[in-house]
Design a protein around this ligand. Structure first.
Ligand code: PAF
Length: 286
């Protein structure tokens, strides 16, 4: 078990990284802390791909809306470091806001464009612009060969992939499979807010994804695949659906006769907790 080295400032990070060394690869896993098994699976996947693994822990104010409570976001650096010790991280960069935004809020930001306005973006205006701005900054500061993101946040992964492609950012982006509890619920720090009854209701999200997957596997067209998921959620009284969408890699609804890969994404409220989940499936068409 290696305890990762903790650095707090840009200059400490630059010193710890040193000059690029030929043949040595570096991976980054970006987080906002409050780590759980889902994050650790990203770190383990990073460990398998690179010689050096950097984890960033930074609660990015830019991606919080005015109605979202940035100050109440859970912060537990000690606990995070303890978890990372066993997962294979070499270096943890945990800057404060002044380190990341030394001149205050950035005047120039990355725009996720229309991709950032759909699905989660409709619920959280400006969120993906804030995510992409900090992701690009952290890529510049860490200079990784590969950056790993969880598939649980499917739209975030889409946005990062498009930024890297559209702006020629020299990094490989890897999506890592969602980690689920035994009951199928995707790991999320928000699950802690669910009581036992709500937890039982939350299982409907994964059931909805499996129903959509089964429909797609049976050759159903896009609207039937989407409906298969929607029907499962509608039959669970504890779940209030925000959206059930079948989208392409720009988060745009697929056409009725679409074939090929698509993402079935759901967002729903269980009690006061908003949960998201998704699955990638293949539309075969009949
Ligand atoms: O997924 C997250 O935790 C954040 O959106 C990220 C990628 C670390 C950027 O702040």
């Amino acid at each position: 078990m290696t305890t990762p080295r903790l650095v707090r400032t840009r200059s400490e990070l630059a010193d710890a990284l040193g000059p690029a060394r030929a043949g040595r690869t570096r991976a980054v896993v970006m987080t906002m802390g409050a780590l759980h098994e889902g994050h650790l699976s990203l770190v383990r996947a990073a460990r398998e791909r690179a010689d050096e693994v950097v984890v960033t822990i930074f609660v990015n104010p830019l991606q919080f809306g005015p109605a979202e409570d940035l100050d109440r976001y859970p912060r537990d650096l000690e606990g995070d470091l303890a978890l990372l010790a066993g997962a294979g991280a070499d270096l943890v960069f945990a800057p404060d806001v002044a380190q990341v935004y030394p001149d205050g809020d950035p005047v120039v930001r990355v725009s996720a464009g229309a991709l950032g306005e759909r699905l989660e973006g409709a619920h959280r205006p400006g969120h993906f612009d804030g995510v992409l701005t900090v992701v690009l900054k952290l890529l510049h500061l860490v200079r990784p060969d590969v950056a790993l993101f969880g598939r649980k946040d499917a739209q975030q992964l889409m946005a990062v992939r498009r930024m890297v492609a559209d702006l020629d950012v020299p990094v490989e982006v890897v999506g890592v499979e969602t980690v689920r509890d035994d009951d199928g619920v995707a790991l999320s720090s928000r699950n802690a807010y669910l009581d036992a009854e709500q937890r039982a209701s939350a299982r409907a999200l994964n059931r909805a994804l499996r129903a959509a997957q089964a429909a797609a596997g049976a050759g159903a067209p896009a609207d039937e695949v989407r409906r298969a998921a929607a029907d499962v959620l509608a039959s669970e009284p504890g779940v209030v659906v925000d959206y059930v969408a079948l989208v392409d890699d720009t988060a745009t609804d697929v056409a009725a006769d679409a074939t090929g890969p698509a993402v079935l994404a759901v967002a729903a409220r269980v009690g006061t907790t908003r949960l998201i989940d998704n699955v990638t499936l293949t539309l075969e068409g009949r």
